[in-house]
Design a protein around this ligand. Structure first.
Ligand code: G1P
Length: 298
């Protein structure tokens, strides 16, 4: 019987972060904090809360501090204990135990599909999860977005992409799915007929965009291996999934949760405000400030 339990995840984090220059000249974009937590930590937390045990982060030469972040820091912990900052010491220690994290470098910036191919020997022959760091998803009332996809995989045992509706004017930024007409949607899970990377508005098959969460069968690697460059001159994961779809079923799953595009400056600012409002220590101050600001602008 086919294995349907997902234990491994891949997080591509080798992008150059050009949208956040100059901050990302020396600092990986994944380390930019939303309030005080680096964005990559939210992604690793989502994977770990979904039951993922092993995570491979695809990095490049400029990303050492990400490895340090998920490692033990004995000196810092000892100093925090000495100064009786127990909560802080425990928090620092917990970050080093969230999951077993491994790293591999993508040697050339050839695109998302190429980055995922770097995970081939780590994954072997089992289904796996992919989480993109630009998409932070919060689902306070229910299961993490990835866990929702993992549960759906147990039902269909076929690759699944996580989707939500977006404004049609934004389709040129995303992978857009075409639901199959022969298989009407059964709730949130829909069989796919096609998928297009960054179409223009007139060629978009729907307004359902892939928002950074995937469960992929290992067969994807054979398509990635000879995948030609697509949109933006890069080897696109979407194009390989599209070819996978000819031989194997691929589904979309409309996940619950608020998704923040933290790869975009405005998305990052929205996340910062919302996350600050959600914090007990900041809620009142931020609310007062926002009210004052709104008054001064009216
Ligand atoms: C990538 C994928 C795209 C997906 C998007 C989600 O694009 O190629 O299919 O919809 O992430 O954020 P990128 O944002 O890297 O251009």
């Amino acid at each position: 019987m086919k294995k349907t339990q997902i234990k491994k995840a891949v997080i591509p984090a080798a992008g150059l972060g050009t949208r956040f220059l100059p901050a990302t000249k020396a600092l990986p974009k994944e380390m930019l904090p939303i309030v005080d937590i680096p964005t990559i930590q939210y992604i690793v937390e989502e994977a770990s809360e979904s039951g993922i045990e092993e995570i491979l982060i695809i990095t490049n030469a400029n990303k050492h501090c990400m490895e340090n972040h998920f490692d033990k820091n004995y000196e810092l912990e000892a100093r925090l204990y000495e100064s009786n900052k127990l909560a802080e010491a425990e928090m620092i220690d917990a970050i080093a135990h969230m999951a077993n994290i491994y790293y591999v470098r993508q040697k050339e910036p050839k695109g998302l599909g190429h980055a995922i191919l770097c995970a081939k020997s780590f994954i072997g022959n089992e289904p796996f999860a992919v989480l993109l760091g630009d998409d932070v998803v919060i689902n306070k009332k229910g299961k993490p977005a990835l866990k929702q996809l993992m549960n759906a995989y147990e039902e269909v045992a076929s690759s699944i992409v996580g989707v939500q509706e977006i404004d049609l004017s934004q389709v040129h930024k995303y992978g857009i799915v075409a639901p199959s007409k022969d298989y009407p949607s059964e709730g949130k899970l829909t069989k796919l007929f096609d998928m297009i990377e960054k179409p223009d508005q007139h060629h978009a098959p729907s307004n359902l965009a892939v928002l950074g969460r995937y469960i992929l069968d290992p067969e994807i690697f054979s398509f990635l291996e000879d995948q030609e460059a697509g949109a933006g001159g890069e080897i696109q994961l979407t194009d390989a999934i599209r070819r996978l779809m000819i031989k194997h079923s691929v589904y979309s799953y409309h996940f619950d949760g608020i998704r923040y595009d933290v790869g975009d400056k405005f998305g990052f600012i929205k996340a910062t405000i919302d996350f600050a409002l959600d914090r007990k220590d900041l809620h009142d101050k931020v609310t007062t400030y926002l009210k004052e600001l709104a008054q001064s602008m009216s």
